[in-house]
Design a binder for this molecule. Structure first.
Ligand code: ADP
Ligand code: ASP
Ligand code: MG
Length: 241
């Protein structure tokens, strides 16, 4: 039985109906006989709202507290999905980054993952549970919550796929793959069936936010192919390899 990691971004989990749609993707994967680990982002514009509210209090917020604040969005999503899956008759358990734990360095706001203890996740998978992990966050050597930089849930997903030696990693998002340009800006952009790590890193560095730059760098390092797919439309997507 192989491990499959599925990541769903903010738009994909924005409201109750969308959470149900995400649960359907998770259940399909689980019912195909796979062990499923899910990584999710904060719902919709939650993280942007937290940044706005923080800026109303301070122009130079404390870096440690900034990460405590921003990490809360993902915690809401993991619990809601676990509750929803249980409601639908599937056993699930949620973990924040520090609960896993996903160990990072000390760079608040732009931390790098340096290790993941996979024991808890593997234990729960062994018990046939679906494991839901908060994206975008970890814990440093002081026990402080850290965040991985905006868009960082992609990086959590790749890191988990690498450390769990997952058979497949899907990054579900609001477009149906990687295009030559942002398809929401240029309707004539061409969709790639496959794209190399290096080309994707270059595009991400130039602002193609469909994948977080660090996530592609990590995928290249551990040789993890990333399948970018739409949460809303059923088609093949793009493989980054
Ligand atoms: P998520 O919330 O799922 O992480 P993001 O908003 O971070 O999604 O990334 C998806 C968005 O990336 C798309 O809606 C699209 O507008 C944008 N994007 C920018 N460049 C590209 C590209 N080259 N190919 C596909 N999407 C792109
Ligand atoms: N919620 C975080 C952000 O908005 C992380 C992510 O979505 O990947 O940047
Ligand atoms: Mg993103």
């Amino acid at each position: 039985m192989g491990i499959v990691v599925q990541k769903f971004g903010g738009t994909s989990v924005a409201d109750k109906d969308k959470l149900l749609n995400v649960c359907k993707h998770i259940i399909n994967e689980y019912e195909s006989g796979n062990r499923v680990v899910v990584v999710v982002s904060a719902q919709g514009k939650t993280t942007d709202m937290l940044v706005l509210e923080e800026n109303e209090i301070s122009n130079s917020p404390d870096k440690r507290e900034h990460d405590v604040l921003l990490s809360t969005g993902e915690q809401i999503t993991i619990s809601k999905i676990a509750i929803y899956l249980k409601e639908l008759g599937y056993d699930a358990i949620s973990y924040t980054g520090w609960q896993v734990p996903i160990i990072t360095d000390d760079i608040y706001g732009n931390a790098n993952i340096i290790d993941i203890n996979t024991d808890k996740i593997l234990n729960q998978l062994q018990k046939n549970k679906i494991v839901i992990v908060a994206g975008f966050q970890g814990v440093n050597s002081l026990g402080d919550i850290t965040t991985l930089g905006r868009g960082g849930s992609d990086t959590t997903a790749v890191a988990l796929a690498a450390y769990l030696k997952a058979e497949k990693l899907y990054i579900y998002t609001d477009v149906d793959g990687v295009y030559s340009e942002d398809p929401n800006i240029n309707k004539n952009a061409i969709k790639y069936d496959t794209i190399s790590y290096d080309k994707m890193i270059e595009m991400a560095k130039n602002g193609a936010k469909v994948l977080h730059t660090k996530c592609v760098e990590m995928a290249k390092k551990y040789n993890v192919p990333i399948i970018v797919k739409s949460t809303f439309v059923e088609n093949d997507g793009t493989i980054v390899k």
